[in-house]
Write a protein that binds this ligand. Structure first.
Ligand SMILES: NC(=O)C1=CN([C@@H]2O[C@H](COP(=O)(O)OP(=O)(O)OC[C@H]3O[C@@H](n4cnc5c(N)ncnc54)[C@H](OP(=O)(O)O)[C@@H]3O)[C@@H](O)[C@H]2O)C=CC1
Ligand SMILES: O=C1O[C@H](COP(=O)(O)O)[C@@H](O)[C@H](O)[C@H]1O
Length: 493
Protein backbone atom coordinates (compact mmCIF):
# COMPACT_ATOMS: atom_id res chain seq x y z
CA UNK A 1 0.00 0.00 0.00
CA UNK A 2 1.46 3.39 -1.01
CA UNK A 3 2.32 5.58 1.93
CA UNK A 4 3.03 9.28 1.75
CA UNK A 5 6.03 10.08 3.91
CA UNK A 6 6.11 13.67 5.24
CA UNK A 7 9.15 15.85 4.57
CA UNK A 8 10.94 17.93 7.19
CA UNK A 9 9.99 21.62 7.49
CA UNK A 10 11.24 23.71 4.57
CA UNK A 11 11.30 27.15 2.97
CA UNK A 12 10.86 26.85 -0.78
CA UNK A 13 11.56 30.01 -2.78
CA UNK A 14 10.23 29.96 -6.34
CA UNK A 15 11.95 32.57 -8.51
CA UNK A 16 9.39 33.10 -11.26
CA UNK A 17 6.52 32.19 -8.93
CA UNK A 18 3.95 33.91 -11.16
CA UNK A 19 5.18 32.40 -14.44
CA UNK A 20 3.70 29.76 -16.68
CA UNK A 21 5.74 26.91 -15.23
CA UNK A 22 4.79 27.80 -11.66
CA UNK A 23 1.18 28.17 -12.70
CA UNK A 24 0.80 24.95 -14.68
CA UNK A 25 3.22 22.59 -12.95
CA UNK A 26 4.81 23.70 -9.68
CA UNK A 27 1.85 25.10 -7.75
CA UNK A 28 -0.57 22.25 -8.61
CA UNK A 29 2.21 19.75 -7.77
CA UNK A 30 2.84 21.37 -4.38
CA UNK A 31 -0.88 21.58 -3.68
CA UNK A 32 -1.27 17.85 -4.33
CA UNK A 33 1.58 16.92 -2.00
CA UNK A 34 0.16 19.19 0.67
CA UNK A 35 -3.19 17.50 0.15
CA UNK A 36 -1.59 14.14 0.96
CA UNK A 37 -0.30 15.55 4.23
CA UNK A 38 3.40 15.61 3.35
CA UNK A 39 4.15 19.19 4.48
CA UNK A 40 4.49 20.41 8.05
CA UNK A 41 2.27 23.37 8.97
CA UNK A 42 5.24 25.72 9.30
CA UNK A 43 6.72 24.99 5.84
CA UNK A 44 6.64 27.99 3.50
CA UNK A 45 6.46 28.67 -0.20
CA UNK A 46 7.80 32.09 -1.14
CA UNK A 47 7.19 33.29 -4.70
CA UNK A 48 9.47 35.90 -6.25
CA UNK A 49 8.59 38.09 -9.23
CA UNK A 50 8.78 41.77 -10.15
CA UNK A 51 5.03 42.02 -9.72
CA UNK A 52 3.82 44.72 -7.34
CA UNK A 53 1.58 42.40 -5.32
CA UNK A 54 1.41 41.51 -1.65
CA UNK A 55 1.09 37.98 -0.29
CA UNK A 56 -2.70 38.26 -0.02
CA UNK A 57 -3.02 39.18 -3.68
CA UNK A 58 -0.66 36.33 -4.57
CA UNK A 59 -2.83 33.85 -2.64
CA UNK A 60 -5.88 35.05 -4.56
CA UNK A 61 -4.02 34.61 -7.84
CA UNK A 62 -2.91 31.09 -6.87
CA UNK A 63 -6.47 30.23 -5.89
CA UNK A 64 -7.71 31.30 -9.32
CA UNK A 65 -4.97 29.42 -11.08
CA UNK A 66 -5.69 26.21 -9.14
CA UNK A 67 -9.42 26.59 -9.76
CA UNK A 68 -8.77 26.68 -13.48
CA UNK A 69 -6.79 23.42 -13.35
CA UNK A 70 -8.12 21.26 -10.53
CA UNK A 71 -11.55 19.80 -9.95
CA UNK A 72 -13.66 21.05 -7.04
CA UNK A 73 -13.13 17.62 -5.44
CA UNK A 74 -9.35 18.08 -5.57
CA UNK A 75 -9.44 21.66 -4.35
CA UNK A 76 -10.67 20.74 -0.86
CA UNK A 77 -11.22 23.75 1.35
CA UNK A 78 -9.31 22.29 4.29
CA UNK A 79 -6.25 21.70 2.09
CA UNK A 80 -6.56 25.10 0.44
CA UNK A 81 -6.60 26.88 3.83
CA UNK A 82 -3.45 25.04 4.84
CA UNK A 83 -1.76 25.67 1.49
CA UNK A 84 -2.74 29.35 1.34
CA UNK A 85 -1.27 29.97 4.78
CA UNK A 86 2.18 28.92 3.56
CA UNK A 87 2.16 31.13 0.43
CA UNK A 88 4.05 34.44 0.40
CA UNK A 89 5.15 36.81 -2.32
CA UNK A 90 8.27 38.97 -2.43
CA UNK A 91 8.60 41.55 -5.21
CA UNK A 92 12.14 42.00 -6.46
CA UNK A 93 14.03 42.25 -9.71
CA UNK A 94 16.54 39.40 -9.85
CA UNK A 95 18.89 41.62 -11.85
CA UNK A 96 18.87 44.45 -9.31
CA UNK A 97 20.76 44.71 -6.03
CA UNK A 98 17.74 45.77 -4.02
CA UNK A 99 14.96 43.74 -2.44
CA UNK A 100 17.08 40.78 -1.28
CA UNK A 101 16.72 41.86 2.36
CA UNK A 102 12.94 41.52 1.97
CA UNK A 103 13.44 37.99 0.74
CA UNK A 104 15.66 37.22 3.72
CA UNK A 105 12.98 38.61 6.05
CA UNK A 106 10.41 36.23 4.53
CA UNK A 107 12.55 33.18 5.35
CA UNK A 108 12.90 31.29 8.58
CA UNK A 109 16.22 31.79 10.35
CA UNK A 110 16.33 28.25 11.68
CA UNK A 111 19.53 26.82 10.18
CA UNK A 112 18.23 23.27 10.46
CA UNK A 113 15.34 23.87 8.09
CA UNK A 114 15.79 22.99 4.40
CA UNK A 115 16.07 26.10 2.25
CA UNK A 116 15.43 25.47 -1.42
CA UNK A 117 15.73 28.04 -4.22
CA UNK A 118 13.83 26.96 -7.33
CA UNK A 119 14.88 28.95 -10.40
CA UNK A 120 11.86 28.85 -12.73
CA UNK A 121 13.39 31.65 -14.77
CA UNK A 122 15.45 32.18 -17.89
CA UNK A 123 18.83 30.38 -17.59
CA UNK A 124 20.64 33.69 -18.20
CA UNK A 125 19.57 34.64 -14.65
CA UNK A 126 20.84 31.51 -12.89
CA UNK A 127 24.35 32.81 -12.14
CA UNK A 128 23.11 36.27 -11.13
CA UNK A 129 20.56 34.87 -8.69
CA UNK A 130 23.09 32.50 -7.12
CA UNK A 131 25.49 35.41 -6.58
CA UNK A 132 22.80 37.70 -5.18
CA UNK A 133 21.71 35.00 -2.73
CA UNK A 134 25.26 34.65 -1.49
CA UNK A 135 25.80 38.41 -1.24
CA UNK A 136 22.61 38.70 0.81
CA UNK A 137 23.87 35.87 3.10
CA UNK A 138 20.86 33.73 2.27
CA UNK A 139 22.84 30.59 1.47
CA UNK A 140 24.68 28.09 3.60
CA UNK A 141 25.84 24.49 3.31
CA UNK A 142 22.29 23.29 3.81
CA UNK A 143 20.63 25.29 1.01
CA UNK A 144 19.77 23.77 -2.34
CA UNK A 145 19.26 25.33 -5.74
CA UNK A 146 17.05 23.89 -8.47
CA UNK A 147 17.80 24.79 -12.09
CA UNK A 148 15.00 24.41 -14.63
CA UNK A 149 15.85 23.27 -18.11
CA UNK A 150 17.38 24.41 -20.35
CA UNK A 151 20.77 24.70 -18.66
CA UNK A 152 22.29 26.72 -21.50
CA UNK A 153 21.83 26.42 -25.26
CA UNK A 154 25.21 24.85 -26.02
CA UNK A 155 28.30 23.51 -24.24
CA UNK A 156 29.89 26.92 -23.64
CA UNK A 157 26.79 28.56 -22.17
CA UNK A 158 26.09 25.48 -20.02
CA UNK A 159 29.65 25.54 -18.70
CA UNK A 160 29.35 29.28 -17.91
CA UNK A 161 26.10 28.71 -16.01
CA UNK A 162 27.56 25.73 -14.14
CA UNK A 163 30.66 27.77 -13.25
CA UNK A 164 28.60 30.73 -12.02
CA UNK A 165 26.20 28.63 -9.94
CA UNK A 166 29.06 26.37 -8.85
CA UNK A 167 30.93 29.39 -7.47
CA UNK A 168 28.21 29.66 -4.81
CA UNK A 169 26.75 26.17 -4.42
CA UNK A 170 28.58 22.83 -4.16
CA UNK A 171 27.62 20.29 -6.84
CA UNK A 172 25.75 18.26 -4.19
CA UNK A 173 23.49 21.30 -3.58
CA UNK A 174 22.59 21.77 -7.27
CA UNK A 175 19.50 20.02 -8.66
CA UNK A 176 19.19 20.25 -12.47
CA UNK A 177 15.70 19.26 -13.52
CA UNK A 178 14.84 16.89 -16.30
CA UNK A 179 11.21 16.11 -15.63
CA UNK A 180 11.41 12.86 -17.63
CA UNK A 181 13.51 11.41 -14.81
CA UNK A 182 10.52 11.95 -12.52
CA UNK A 183 8.18 9.90 -14.69
CA UNK A 184 7.05 6.61 -13.16
CA UNK A 185 7.98 4.39 -16.10
CA UNK A 186 11.43 5.89 -16.44
CA UNK A 187 12.14 4.81 -12.89
CA UNK A 188 10.53 1.51 -13.64
CA UNK A 189 13.28 0.89 -16.18
CA UNK A 190 15.56 0.41 -13.17
CA UNK A 191 13.08 -1.97 -11.54
CA UNK A 192 12.58 -3.96 -14.73
CA UNK A 193 16.25 -4.24 -15.61
CA UNK A 194 17.76 -4.76 -12.21
CA UNK A 195 14.91 -6.34 -10.24
CA UNK A 196 14.53 -9.26 -12.66
CA UNK A 197 17.17 -11.73 -13.71
CA UNK A 198 15.25 -12.39 -16.92
CA UNK A 199 16.20 -9.39 -19.01
CA UNK A 200 19.76 -8.46 -18.15
CA UNK A 201 21.48 -11.38 -19.96
CA UNK A 202 19.55 -10.40 -23.11
CA UNK A 203 20.17 -6.68 -22.70
CA UNK A 204 23.07 -6.42 -25.15
CA UNK A 205 24.18 -6.54 -28.75
CA UNK A 206 23.97 -10.35 -28.94
CA UNK A 207 20.19 -10.42 -28.48
CA UNK A 208 18.99 -6.89 -29.27
CA UNK A 209 18.79 -5.98 -32.95
CA UNK A 210 18.14 -2.29 -32.27
CA UNK A 211 16.36 0.08 -29.90
CA UNK A 212 13.85 2.80 -30.77
CA UNK A 213 13.05 5.75 -28.51
CA UNK A 214 10.06 7.80 -29.63
CA UNK A 215 8.72 10.91 -27.90
CA UNK A 216 5.88 12.16 -30.08
CA UNK A 217 3.64 15.09 -29.14
CA UNK A 218 0.34 15.98 -30.75
CA UNK A 219 0.60 19.58 -29.51
CA UNK A 220 2.31 22.35 -31.45
CA UNK A 221 4.60 24.99 -29.99
CA UNK A 222 1.65 27.06 -28.74
CA UNK A 223 2.53 30.10 -26.63
CA UNK A 224 6.25 29.29 -26.60
CA UNK A 225 6.99 30.12 -30.25
CA UNK A 226 9.61 32.73 -29.43
CA UNK A 227 11.57 30.35 -27.19
CA UNK A 228 11.06 27.37 -29.46
CA UNK A 229 12.03 29.17 -32.64
CA UNK A 230 15.44 29.91 -31.13
CA UNK A 231 15.76 26.38 -29.79
CA UNK A 232 14.38 23.59 -32.00
CA UNK A 233 13.61 19.96 -31.21
CA UNK A 234 17.22 18.80 -30.94
CA UNK A 235 18.03 21.21 -28.11
CA UNK A 236 14.56 21.18 -26.56
CA UNK A 237 14.03 17.42 -26.35
CA UNK A 238 17.05 15.37 -27.41
CA UNK A 239 19.81 17.07 -25.40
CA UNK A 240 17.96 16.33 -22.18
CA UNK A 241 14.93 14.02 -22.13
CA UNK A 242 15.87 11.65 -24.93
CA UNK A 243 19.50 11.28 -23.95
CA UNK A 244 18.44 10.65 -20.36
CA UNK A 245 16.10 7.90 -21.54
CA UNK A 246 18.91 6.48 -23.64
CA UNK A 247 21.21 6.47 -20.60
CA UNK A 248 18.64 4.72 -18.42
CA UNK A 249 18.19 1.84 -20.85
CA UNK A 250 21.79 1.58 -22.07
CA UNK A 251 23.83 2.00 -18.88
CA UNK A 252 25.65 -0.79 -17.09
CA UNK A 253 24.14 -2.03 -13.81
CA UNK A 254 24.95 0.50 -11.07
CA UNK A 255 26.34 -0.88 -7.81
CA UNK A 256 23.40 0.56 -5.84
CA UNK A 257 20.55 3.06 -6.07
CA UNK A 258 22.85 5.73 -4.65
CA UNK A 259 22.67 8.83 -6.85
CA UNK A 260 26.34 8.79 -7.74
CA UNK A 261 26.35 5.10 -8.63
CA UNK A 262 23.54 5.74 -11.10
CA UNK A 263 24.98 8.96 -12.47
CA UNK A 264 28.44 7.41 -12.85
CA UNK A 265 26.93 4.78 -15.14
CA UNK A 266 24.86 7.30 -17.12
CA UNK A 267 27.85 9.49 -17.87
CA UNK A 268 29.74 6.51 -19.32
CA UNK A 269 26.96 6.08 -21.89
CA UNK A 270 27.08 9.74 -22.87
CA UNK A 271 30.85 9.58 -23.22
CA UNK A 272 30.57 6.47 -25.41
CA UNK A 273 28.11 8.09 -27.86
CA UNK A 274 29.69 8.06 -31.29
CA UNK A 275 30.12 11.65 -32.49
CA UNK A 276 27.92 12.56 -35.44
CA UNK A 277 30.36 14.14 -37.82
CA UNK A 278 30.19 16.11 -41.04
CA UNK A 279 30.63 13.07 -43.27
CA UNK A 280 27.64 11.14 -41.82
CA UNK A 281 25.28 13.83 -40.56
CA UNK A 282 22.92 13.77 -43.52
CA UNK A 283 22.71 9.96 -43.42
CA UNK A 284 22.09 9.52 -39.70
CA UNK A 285 19.94 12.54 -38.82
CA UNK A 286 16.66 13.92 -40.19
CA UNK A 287 15.24 17.34 -39.44
CA UNK A 288 11.56 18.08 -39.99
CA UNK A 289 9.04 20.86 -39.66
CA UNK A 290 5.26 20.54 -39.65
CA UNK A 291 2.90 22.10 -42.13
CA UNK A 292 -0.84 22.56 -41.60
CA UNK A 293 -2.77 19.34 -41.10
CA UNK A 294 -5.29 17.55 -38.94
CA UNK A 295 -4.59 16.40 -35.39
CA UNK A 296 -7.22 14.57 -33.33
CA UNK A 297 -9.79 15.40 -36.01
CA UNK A 298 -9.15 19.17 -35.79
CA UNK A 299 -7.44 21.28 -38.45
CA UNK A 300 -4.25 22.87 -37.09
CA UNK A 301 -1.93 25.50 -38.59
CA UNK A 302 1.61 24.86 -39.77
CA UNK A 303 4.61 25.88 -37.66
CA UNK A 304 5.19 29.13 -39.57
CA UNK A 305 1.64 30.29 -38.97
CA UNK A 306 1.98 29.75 -35.20
CA UNK A 307 4.45 32.59 -34.73
CA UNK A 308 2.91 35.91 -35.64
CA UNK A 309 5.92 38.09 -34.86
CA UNK A 310 7.62 38.90 -38.19
CA UNK A 311 10.81 39.87 -36.32
CA UNK A 312 11.43 36.30 -35.20
CA UNK A 313 9.45 34.33 -37.74
CA UNK A 314 11.69 34.93 -40.72
CA UNK A 315 11.91 32.83 -43.85
CA UNK A 316 15.62 32.14 -43.22
CA UNK A 317 14.98 30.68 -39.80
CA UNK A 318 14.87 26.92 -40.33
CA UNK A 319 13.94 25.63 -36.88
CA UNK A 320 13.21 21.89 -36.68
CA UNK A 321 10.09 20.69 -34.88
CA UNK A 322 11.04 17.07 -35.54
CA UNK A 323 14.31 15.22 -35.37
CA UNK A 324 15.28 11.60 -35.92
CA UNK A 325 18.77 10.27 -35.21
CA UNK A 326 20.53 6.98 -35.58
CA UNK A 327 22.72 7.02 -32.48
CA UNK A 328 25.47 4.52 -31.79
CA UNK A 329 27.13 3.67 -28.52
CA UNK A 330 30.74 2.70 -28.90
CA UNK A 331 31.14 0.25 -26.08
CA UNK A 332 31.37 -3.49 -25.47
CA UNK A 333 27.66 -3.97 -24.77
CA UNK A 334 26.14 -2.00 -27.63
CA UNK A 335 28.60 -1.99 -30.49
CA UNK A 336 26.62 -2.59 -33.69
CA UNK A 337 23.19 -2.12 -32.05
CA UNK A 338 21.80 1.26 -33.13
CA UNK A 339 19.51 3.39 -31.00
CA UNK A 340 17.03 5.24 -33.22
CA UNK A 341 15.72 8.40 -31.56
CA UNK A 342 12.70 10.30 -32.81
CA UNK A 343 10.79 13.25 -31.41
CA UNK A 344 8.42 15.77 -32.90
CA UNK A 345 5.59 18.18 -32.33
CA UNK A 346 2.16 17.94 -33.98
CA UNK A 347 2.55 14.26 -34.68
CA UNK A 348 -0.31 11.80 -35.04
CA UNK A 349 -0.73 11.42 -31.30
CA UNK A 350 1.02 11.77 -27.97
CA UNK A 351 3.18 8.73 -27.52
CA UNK A 352 6.42 8.13 -25.64
CA UNK A 353 7.89 4.68 -25.72
CA UNK A 354 11.11 2.71 -25.77
CA UNK A 355 11.13 -0.35 -27.99
CA UNK A 356 13.66 -3.15 -27.72
CA UNK A 357 13.59 -5.10 -30.95
CA UNK A 358 15.15 -8.51 -30.41
CA UNK A 359 16.92 -10.51 -33.11
CA UNK A 360 15.07 -13.25 -35.01
CA UNK A 361 15.52 -16.87 -33.99
CA UNK A 362 18.68 -18.27 -35.63
CA UNK A 363 16.80 -21.14 -37.30
CA UNK A 364 13.07 -21.82 -37.69
CA UNK A 365 11.70 -25.33 -37.20
CA UNK A 366 8.25 -24.17 -38.37
CA UNK A 367 8.77 -24.34 -42.12
CA UNK A 368 7.13 -21.47 -44.01
CA UNK A 369 5.40 -19.99 -40.96
CA UNK A 370 6.57 -16.41 -40.52
CA UNK A 371 8.03 -15.73 -37.07
CA UNK A 372 7.90 -12.22 -35.66
CA UNK A 373 10.99 -11.36 -33.59
CA UNK A 374 10.24 -10.55 -29.93
CA UNK A 375 9.76 -6.99 -28.94
CA UNK A 376 9.79 -5.35 -25.51
CA UNK A 377 7.93 -2.06 -25.34
CA UNK A 378 8.28 0.27 -22.36
CA UNK A 379 5.38 2.73 -22.63
CA UNK A 380 5.82 6.08 -20.92
CA UNK A 381 2.90 8.11 -22.23
CA UNK A 382 -0.05 8.37 -22.40
CA UNK A 383 -0.44 4.96 -20.72
CA UNK A 384 2.36 3.59 -18.60
CA UNK A 385 3.14 -0.08 -18.99
CA UNK A 386 5.36 -2.83 -20.30
CA UNK A 387 4.55 -5.12 -23.19
CA UNK A 388 6.47 -8.16 -24.40
CA UNK A 389 5.48 -9.79 -27.67
CA UNK A 390 5.98 -13.54 -27.86
CA UNK A 391 5.35 -16.15 -30.54
CA UNK A 392 2.65 -18.61 -29.49
CA UNK A 393 0.75 -21.45 -31.09
CA UNK A 394 -2.78 -20.60 -32.11
CA UNK A 395 -4.97 -22.98 -30.16
CA UNK A 396 -7.25 -25.55 -31.80
CA UNK A 397 -7.13 -27.77 -34.84
CA UNK A 398 -6.02 -26.78 -38.33
CA UNK A 399 -2.30 -27.41 -38.10
CA UNK A 400 0.48 -25.76 -36.19
CA UNK A 401 -0.16 -22.06 -36.65
CA UNK A 402 2.09 -19.47 -35.00
CA UNK A 403 0.98 -16.07 -33.81
CA UNK A 404 2.67 -13.10 -32.14
CA UNK A 405 0.84 -12.09 -28.93
CA UNK A 406 1.57 -9.44 -26.35
CA UNK A 407 2.15 -10.09 -22.68
CA UNK A 408 0.82 -6.92 -21.12
CA UNK A 409 1.54 -5.12 -17.87
CA UNK A 410 -0.57 -2.01 -17.69
CA UNK A 411 0.37 0.02 -14.62
CA UNK A 412 -2.96 1.83 -14.07
CA UNK A 413 -4.72 -1.57 -14.12
CA UNK A 414 -2.13 -3.30 -11.96
CA UNK A 415 -1.85 -0.58 -9.32
CA UNK A 416 -5.03 1.11 -8.15
CA UNK A 417 -3.24 4.09 -6.51
CA UNK A 418 -2.87 7.31 -8.44
CA UNK A 419 0.78 8.16 -8.21
CA UNK A 420 2.38 11.62 -8.13
CA UNK A 421 3.25 13.22 -11.46
CA UNK A 422 6.86 13.93 -12.44
CA UNK A 423 7.03 17.44 -10.93
CA UNK A 424 5.45 16.26 -7.68
CA UNK A 425 8.03 13.52 -7.34
CA UNK A 426 10.97 15.76 -8.25
CA UNK A 427 9.91 18.51 -5.86
CA UNK A 428 9.67 15.98 -3.05
CA UNK A 429 13.10 14.60 -3.89
CA UNK A 430 14.60 18.11 -3.69
CA UNK A 431 12.89 18.78 -0.38
CA UNK A 432 14.27 15.46 0.91
CA UNK A 433 17.74 16.27 -0.43
CA UNK A 434 18.02 13.30 -2.80
CA UNK A 435 19.68 14.27 -6.10
CA UNK A 436 19.40 10.82 -7.78
CA UNK A 437 16.74 11.98 -10.26
CA UNK A 438 18.62 15.13 -11.27
CA UNK A 439 21.40 15.71 -13.75
CA UNK A 440 24.96 16.16 -12.68
CA UNK A 441 27.14 18.83 -14.26
CA UNK A 442 29.20 16.37 -16.32
CA UNK A 443 26.03 14.79 -17.77
CA UNK A 444 24.71 18.15 -18.97
CA UNK A 445 28.00 19.23 -20.48
CA UNK A 446 28.78 15.90 -22.15
CA UNK A 447 25.28 15.83 -23.65
CA UNK A 448 25.75 19.35 -24.99
CA UNK A 449 29.09 18.43 -26.60
CA UNK A 450 27.40 15.64 -28.55
CA UNK A 451 24.51 17.91 -29.57
CA UNK A 452 26.81 20.82 -30.53
CA UNK A 453 28.63 18.54 -32.93
CA UNK A 454 25.36 17.69 -34.70
CA UNK A 455 24.33 21.34 -34.90
CA UNK A 456 27.74 22.37 -36.27
CA UNK A 457 27.56 19.60 -38.86
CA UNK A 458 24.03 20.64 -39.85
CA UNK A 459 25.21 24.21 -40.39
CA UNK A 460 28.34 23.29 -42.28
CA UNK A 461 26.55 20.78 -44.51
CA UNK A 462 23.48 23.03 -44.86
CA UNK A 463 21.14 20.24 -43.67
CA UNK A 464 17.62 21.66 -44.07
CA UNK A 465 14.29 20.65 -42.54
CA UNK A 466 11.90 18.37 -44.44
CA UNK A 467 8.21 19.14 -44.26
CA UNK A 468 5.76 16.77 -42.62
CA UNK A 469 2.04 17.23 -42.34
CA UNK A 470 0.70 17.90 -38.84
CA UNK A 471 -1.00 14.70 -37.70
CA UNK A 472 1.51 12.41 -39.43
CA UNK A 473 4.45 10.41 -38.02
CA UNK A 474 7.07 12.79 -39.41
CA UNK A 475 8.87 13.39 -42.70
CA UNK A 476 9.35 10.61 -45.24
CA UNK A 477 13.10 10.82 -44.70
CA UNK A 478 12.67 9.57 -41.15
CA UNK A 479 11.26 6.33 -42.55
CA UNK A 480 14.10 6.16 -45.06
CA UNK A 481 16.54 6.44 -42.14
CA UNK A 482 15.42 3.00 -40.92
CA UNK A 483 14.61 1.64 -44.36
CA UNK A 484 18.25 1.99 -45.30
CA UNK A 485 19.09 -0.46 -42.50
CA UNK A 486 16.17 -2.70 -43.51
CA UNK A 487 14.27 -1.77 -40.34
CA UNK A 488 10.90 -0.07 -39.57
CA UNK A 489 9.59 2.23 -36.85
CA UNK A 490 7.30 0.41 -34.45
CA UNK A 491 4.68 3.14 -35.09
CA UNK A 492 2.47 3.56 -37.02
CA UNK A 493 1.03 0.15 -36.30
N1 LIG B 1 6.56 26.88 -19.09
C1 LIG B 1 6.96 25.61 -19.22
O1 LIG B 1 6.19 24.67 -19.47
C2 LIG B 1 8.40 25.28 -19.05
C3 LIG B 1 9.33 26.26 -18.79
N2 LIG B 1 10.64 25.93 -18.60
C4 LIG B 1 11.64 26.96 -18.34
O2 LIG B 1 11.36 27.61 -17.11
C5 LIG B 1 11.71 28.99 -17.18
C6 LIG B 1 10.48 29.83 -16.85
O3 LIG B 1 9.50 29.56 -17.82
P1 LIG B 1 8.04 30.18 -17.77
O4 LIG B 1 7.43 30.04 -16.42
O5 LIG B 1 7.34 29.59 -18.93
O6 LIG B 1 8.32 31.73 -18.05
P2 LIG B 1 7.34 32.96 -17.83
O7 LIG B 1 7.83 34.04 -18.73
O8 LIG B 1 5.91 32.55 -17.93
O9 LIG B 1 7.59 33.39 -16.31
C7 LIG B 1 8.76 34.02 -15.88
C8 LIG B 1 8.63 34.31 -14.40
O10 LIG B 1 9.82 34.93 -13.95
C9 LIG B 1 9.51 36.24 -13.42
N3 LIG B 1 10.62 37.12 -13.78
C10 LIG B 1 11.11 37.32 -15.03
N4 LIG B 1 12.16 38.18 -14.97
C11 LIG B 1 12.31 38.52 -13.67
C12 LIG B 1 13.23 39.36 -12.99
N5 LIG B 1 14.19 40.03 -13.61
N6 LIG B 1 13.11 39.46 -11.64
C13 LIG B 1 12.14 38.78 -10.98
N7 LIG B 1 11.26 37.96 -11.58
C14 LIG B 1 11.33 37.84 -12.92
C15 LIG B 1 8.20 36.61 -14.08
O11 LIG B 1 7.46 37.56 -13.35
P3 LIG B 1 7.55 39.13 -13.65
O12 LIG B 1 7.64 39.30 -15.14
O13 LIG B 1 6.31 39.69 -13.04
O14 LIG B 1 8.78 39.60 -12.96
C16 LIG B 1 7.50 35.26 -14.05
O15 LIG B 1 7.04 34.98 -12.75
C17 LIG B 1 12.23 29.21 -18.60
O16 LIG B 1 13.64 29.10 -18.60
C18 LIG B 1 11.63 28.08 -19.39
O17 LIG B 1 12.40 27.72 -20.52
C19 LIG B 1 11.06 24.62 -18.62
C20 LIG B 1 10.17 23.61 -18.86
C21 LIG B 1 8.78 23.85 -19.14
O1 LIG C 1 10.66 19.96 -21.70
C1 LIG C 1 9.79 19.90 -22.53
O2 LIG C 1 8.91 18.88 -22.47
C2 LIG C 1 7.62 19.00 -23.05
C3 LIG C 1 7.06 17.59 -23.15
O3 LIG C 1 6.87 17.06 -21.86
P1 LIG C 1 5.80 15.91 -21.60
O4 LIG C 1 5.98 15.56 -20.17
O5 LIG C 1 4.46 16.49 -21.94
O6 LIG C 1 6.15 14.78 -22.52
C4 LIG C 1 7.68 19.67 -24.42
O7 LIG C 1 6.37 19.94 -24.86
C5 LIG C 1 8.44 20.98 -24.31
O8 LIG C 1 8.58 21.54 -25.62
C6 LIG C 1 9.80 20.77 -23.72
O9 LIG C 1 10.40 22.01 -23.44
Amino acid sequence: MAEFVPVDPFDLVIFGGTGDLAQRKLLPALFHRDGDGQFSDDSRIVAVSRGDIDSEAYRNWVRETLESQLSARELKDEVWQRFAARLHHVGLDMQADTGWGDLGAALDEDKKRARVFYLATAPSLFGTVAQQLQDASLTDARSRIVLEKPVGHDFDSARDINDAVGAVFAESQIYRIDHYLGKETVQNVLALRFGNSLFEPLWARGAVDHVQITVAENLGVGQRFDFYNRTGALRDMVQNHMLQLLCMVAMEPPASMHHDDIRNEKIKVLRALKPITLDVVDRVTVRGRYTAGIVDGEPVPGYREEGDDPEINTAEQDTETFVAIKAEIDNWRWNGTPFYLRTGKRMARKLSEIVFQFKPVPHSIFGDQPLTPNRLVLSLQPEEGVQLTLMTKEPGPGGFRMRSLPLNLNFPDAFSVTYPDAYERLLMEVLRGNPALFMRRDEIETAWSWIDRIIDSWHTRGVRTHEYMAGSWGPTDSFVLLDRDDRRWAQPE
